[in-house]
Design a protein around this ligand. Structure first.
Ligand code: SAM
Length: 278
């Protein structure tokens, strides 16, 4: 790809997102995926995996604040947190801001993602080097399968359900997540777009709701992702994300506030309908 070329992300056979590329910073085939770090005209530097834009400097804060702060402010005292995936470091960066958090295990399968983000995405990769973070290069599936009663919050910041992330969207994994959580534990997974991934959201909701007593999807607008509307699935053992008295950040955020937190759970009917069995 050269200066001025278009990076084309095919969402469906008849819908594509196109990004004007300023330059390619890094490109390699890793054992797990095709990895690119590119600089885009409008959204700045970006991580691209198998042709799909994962995060951009331009709007990464929306996704990372929403995947982290919604569950961490829902939990009354989160101390131990697990992040699966998230090799760009943005989720760990946001989790580490919470004063109650004592330790973050971050399990990313692809070392090449971590290395390339450290070099080209320091805005998010700074999260990887926070003293609270224990970075493990390994498979999140195996990590979770071997643990019980270990975490207050588990965040699944995965790529789409193909390749290494495929198993992060099935029942066995969610059952293992439940077991790995302490009493009162909460998990959140990114589950893509309510416009383009309706079956996935419906299926994940049904499975998670059969395991967790409280299961609630929530939404955020992230221009980088297909359709702009992005969905997260929250499963909680005890605490409702709409309980009164959730805390508020004592640091500057760009997207998350307690009001945005509550509003994110207000689902338009077309999305709420996805929660009904097919
Ligand atoms: N925020 C992005 C999005 O919603 O498109 C995803 C971020 S990207 C950093 C997700 C990461 O999950 C990738 O770096 C990928 O290597 C990692 N990943 C995929 N499958 C995994 C697995 N089984 N265990 C651990 N990490 C995994």
């Amino acid at each position: 790809m050269n200066h001025g070329d278009w990076l084309i992300e095919e969402q469906t056979p008849s819908y594509r997102t196109q990004w004007r590329v300023r330059r390619v910073l890094h490109e390699e085939q890793t054992p797990f995926q095709h990895l690119q770090l590119v600089e885009l005209e409008d959204f700045g530097r970006a991580l691209v995996l198998d042709g799909a834009v994962q995060t951009t400097v331009g709007d990464e804060y929306i996704y990372h604040e929403m995947i982290a702060h919604v569950p961490l402010f829902t939990h009354p005292n989160p101390e131990r947190v697990l992040v699966i995936g998230g090799g760009d470091g943005g989720t760990a960066r946001e989790v580490a801001r919470h004063p109650s958090v004592k330790g973050i295990d971050m399990v990313e399968i692809d070392r090449a993602v971590v290395d390339a983000c450290r070099r080209h995405l320091p805005e998010t990769a700074c999260g990887l080097d926070h003293p609270k973070v224990n970075l493990v290069i390994g498979d999140g599936l195996a990590w979770v399968a071997g643990r019980s009663d270990a975490y207050d919050v588990i965040l699944v910041d995965s790529s789409d359900p193909v390749g290494p992330a495929e198993g992060l969207f099935n029942r066995t994994f969610y059952e293992n997540v439940y077991r790995a959580l302490k009493p009162g534990g909460i998990f959140v997974a990114q589950v893509l777009s309510p416009f383009f991934h309706q079956k996935l959201i419906r299926d994940v909701y049904q499975v998670v709701a059969s395991i967790f007593p409280i299961t609630m999807p929530y939404l955020a607008v992230v221009p980088t992702y297909p359709s702009g509307l992005h969905c997260f699935m929250l499963g909680s053992k005890e605490h409702s994300p709409l309980r009164p008295g959730i805390g508020a950040p004592t640091w500057r955020t760009r997207w998350y506030t307690p009001e945005v937190h509550r509003a994110a759970f207000q689902l338009p009917p077309v999305v709420a309908e996805l929660l009904q069995p097919a």
